[in-house]
Design a protein around this ligand. Structure first.
Ligand SMILES: Cc1cc2nc3c(=O)[nH]c(=O)nc-3n(C[C@H](O)[C@H](O)[C@H](O)COP(=O)(O)OP(=O)(O)OC[C@H]3O[C@@H](n4cnc5c(N)ncnc54)[C@H](O)[C@@H]3O)c2cc1C
Length: 475
């Protein structure tokens, strides 16, 4: 006899657990199944984000930034330090404690909202009258059934062909967050968000870091001016980059990893490092879901096929987050989870993909929302640009962190904000103002006329919005 629910959510990452909680708040009887295990084999909900993604990476970025400040900036503030040292095991232990707090917090929230949590793998059994049977394989095998199923099974790190992750020498994000000591030399394949964040952590702690990137340019998704400014800052910090490379072989031995590649000039080159982080993107995860049993459609990329509202090809089966199309971001997964729960309840859940912010938590931080100047140009949309440097911002000068700028792009005729691009201190926090403004279809003048606290970094956004009026770029 199967246990009956209104909604079953498979996957307890930010897409899944948020969907489960919202569905329960809307009055449904909800189950959430997640298979992630902590070191003791117990449940660790929160998915990639909590266990090996957003949260632990930010914990290590924070620790390594403290160290970098102590090593390089404290002296400017008149603070002297003797015998500065790093205890990597303690740093990683603190990160693990932060992760556990989040796991526990999610378990508490599920319980508080009366979501039944099942620890194990969820897979489709069969379609039954009015719904689906889902088999949970954990400490025991149980069968659940529900009218609605939300799949939120996330994604996995992609491997280089012929170089599987061993998490000792060839590391995914998981291994990169668990190193017990600072490697003398570290290679990173891929200069995307994860490569830059992980490379920054270990560079700040003293590793010699070389980043190999297949694309010819740095951060192609970001605004060109932002990418240029960030690249300059990273090179100054000692990160080494090589673009346009084609990796030909990766050989792992006891002492390290040898990477052979062809350079952008077509010359044979090699890199020998103690450890290699491979961050070349992530693949949607439908492994073990038994999608075939019910005929759930999966596209050529391995993602579950969904429409704009996260409906799959099967009635009452939905999918959200990394396992479907769109940016692989935790907040995008959360928004989809909420919207799907609301749609199941007959409400009009909505996700505005045009205002999903992007953030890279390096130093300087990089954040943007909306379109880049190049995208607007390609679309033939006439726009005006305003830019303001943190060098001219009083708060940034007082902080001693003046790298970067805010750039605002607005429609040439209506002045509607079309994109905001920030590289500099606390860009991750500053971008929220731009997201709100764009969500409310604000004009650049709206931001320019809003009172911003002084001295604050947000005054740079106001100044950039003010500057919009002075320069017109007619494409
Ligand atoms: C190093 C790193 C840093 C990142 N930093 C950020 C950041 O700063 N900001 C940001 O927005 N995004 C960040 N991301 C991306 C973010 O982690 C993902 O976009 C987000 O976790 C996706 O959420 P999800 O719920 O779709 O999937 P996931 O978080 O991957 O969760 C899926 C869950 O489903 C479980 N599962 C899978 N299959 C089954 C099954 N059959 N049965 C039961 N359980 C199953 C998995 O074990 C997992 O717990 C980062 C990612 C990485 C790797």
């Amino acid at each position: 006899m199967s246990k009956q629910f209104d909604v079953i959510v498979i996957g307890g990452g930010p897409g899944g657990y948020i969907a489960a909680i919202r569905a329960a708040q809307l009055g449904f009887n909800v189950a959430c199944i997640d298979e992630w295990k902590n070191d003791k084999g117990g449940p660790a909900p929160g998915g990639t984000c909590t266990n090996v993604g957003c949260i632990p990476s930010k914990a290590l970025l924070q620790s390594s930034e403290h160290y970098a400040h102590a090593a390089h900036s404290f002296a400017d503030h008149g603070i002297g330090l003797k015998d500065l040292s790093i205890d990597v095991k303690k740093m990683v232990g603190r990160k693990d404690a932060v992760v556990k707090q989040n796991n526990d917090g999610i378990l508490y929230l599920l319980k508080k909202n009366k979501v039944a949590f099942f620890h194990g793998r969820g897979s489709f059994g069969k379609a039954v009258d009015g719904g689906y049977e889902i088999v949970v394989t954990g400490a025991e095998v149980q069968t659940l059934a529900a009218r609605h199923v939300i799949v939120a099974t996330g994604s996995n790190a992609r491997q280089l062909p012929g170089a599987p992750f061993d998490e000792e020498r060839i590391l995914s994000n998981d291994g990169a967050l668990r190193l017990g000591e600072v490697p003398r030399t570290l290679g990173v394949v891929g200069s995307g968000v994860i490569g830059l964040e992980m490379g920054s952590v270990w560079r700040r702690l003293g590793a010699e870091v070389t980043i190999l990137e297949a694309l010819p340019n740095f951060l192609g998704a970001a605004d060109e001016a932002v990418a240029k400014e960030a690249h300059k800052a990273f090179v100054k910090q000692g990160l080494k980059f090589e673009f346009g490379v084609a990796i030909t072989s990766v050989k792992s031995g006891k002492k390290g990893v040898a990477v052979a590649y062809t350079s952008a000039k077509g010359e044979a080159a090699s890199l020998e490092v103690e450890r290699l982080i491979v961050s070349i993107g992530r693949s949607p995860n439908t492994h073990g879901l038994n999608a075939e049993a019910v005929g759930l459609a999966i596209d050529e990329r391995g993602a579950i096929t969904v429409d704009a509202d996260c409906r799959t090809n099967l009635p009452n089966v939905w999918a959200v987050g990394d396992v479907v199309r769109g940016p692989m971001l935790a907040h995008k997964a959360e928004e989809e989870g909420v919207a799907v729960a609301e749609r199941i309840a007959g409400q009009h859940g909505h996700v505005n993909f045009d205002t999903v912010p992007w953030v890279i938590y390096t130093s300087p931080e990089i954040a943007w929302v909306g379109q880049t100047e190049a995208q607007l140009k390609a679309a033939g949309r006439a726009c005006k640009a305003g830019q303001f440097p943190f060098l001219a911002n009083g708060r940034a000068r007082a902080m001693g962190d003046t790298t970067g700028f805010v750039k605002v792009l607005a429609d040439a005729t209506t002045d509607e904000i079309l994109g905001v691009h920030i590289v500099g201190p606390y860009a991750s926090e500053l971008i929220a103002e731009a997201v709100v403004a764009m969500e409310f279809k604000a004009s650049a003048e709206d931001i320019a006329r809003i009172c911003h606290a002084h001295p604050s970094l947000s005054e740079a956004t106001k100044e950039a919005a003010l500057a919009v009026g002075k320069r017109t770029l007619n494409f």
